[in-house]
Design a protein around this ligand. Structure first.
Ligand SMILES: Cc1cc2nc3c(=O)[nH]c(=O)nc-3n(C[C@H](O)[C@H](O)[C@H](O)COP(=O)(O)O)c2cc1C
Length: 181
């Protein structure tokens, strides 16, 4: 692996993960900041990625905690891990939501099963007496949000028999360096 080829390699893996539901990097942890300043993380699905714009796309529910957290503080991080290749990527990013009309257009392309999740009455995290005690009566589209994360830096690492590797890439300045793992 050459340092100069690493960014291309990473974007290739991200692009694959956004298109292939079985890809190892398909479900990263999205980390945000709670209003009390504490970090918090949850699993999300990588829906799209754009190397030219350096953006990564996640879908979520406007009623979820993360929506308010990101509206409050757009600093976010995504953590990808491939357990087969033992390859990790930490992305520092600035996060913001697309306008409602953009989300409404994208809504049409979602499958019925996916749309159904946004039709649930009650916000994600609301307590219910039984696990299945929620209905799908809402319109859904008004809850659907598209989160765009603009990647600022990559911290990449891989455990290898011939020596562990780590590299830090500053995407804004276009600089990269190997680092002690
Ligand atoms: C495999 C998996 C994939 C998930 N994908 C998403 C996702 O793409 N978007 C999302 O909002 N929540 C997703 N979730 C649910 C979140 O992990 C989380 O429980 C939920 O969004 C509430 O998070 P919050 O309270 O921090 O906002 C997924 C959960 C699992 C287990």
């Amino acid at each position: 692996m050459k340092l100069g080829e690493l960014e291309t390699h990473i974007w290739r893996l991200l692009t694959r993960a956004s298109a292939d539901r079985h890809a190892q990097w398909r479900t990263p942890a999205l980390c945000t900041i709670l209003q009390n300043g504490s970090p918090t993380a949850r699993t999300v699905v990588l829906r799209a990625c754009d190397e030219t714009d350096r953006t990564l796309t996640i879908h979520t529910d406007k009623r979820s905690s993360k929506y308010a957290e990101i509206c409050d503080n757009g600093s976010a991080s995504l953590l990808f891990y491939d357990r087969k290749q033992e390859e990790q990527l930490r992305v520092q990013a600035t996060a913001q939501f697309e306008a409602d009309n953009v989300a409404a257009r994208q809504w049409q392309s979602l499958g019925e099963f996916t749309q159904r999740m946004y039709k649930v009455e009650g916000a994600p995290g609301d307590a219910v007496d039984q696990w299945d005690q929620y209905s799908h009566e809402g319109d859904g589209v008004s809850n659907f949000a598209i989160l765009t994360l603009k990647a600022v830096s990559f911290d990449w690492g891989r455990l290898d028999r011939d020596g562990h590797k780590r590299a830090l890439l500053d995407l804004e300045n276009g600089t990269a360096t190997w680092a002690v793992p």
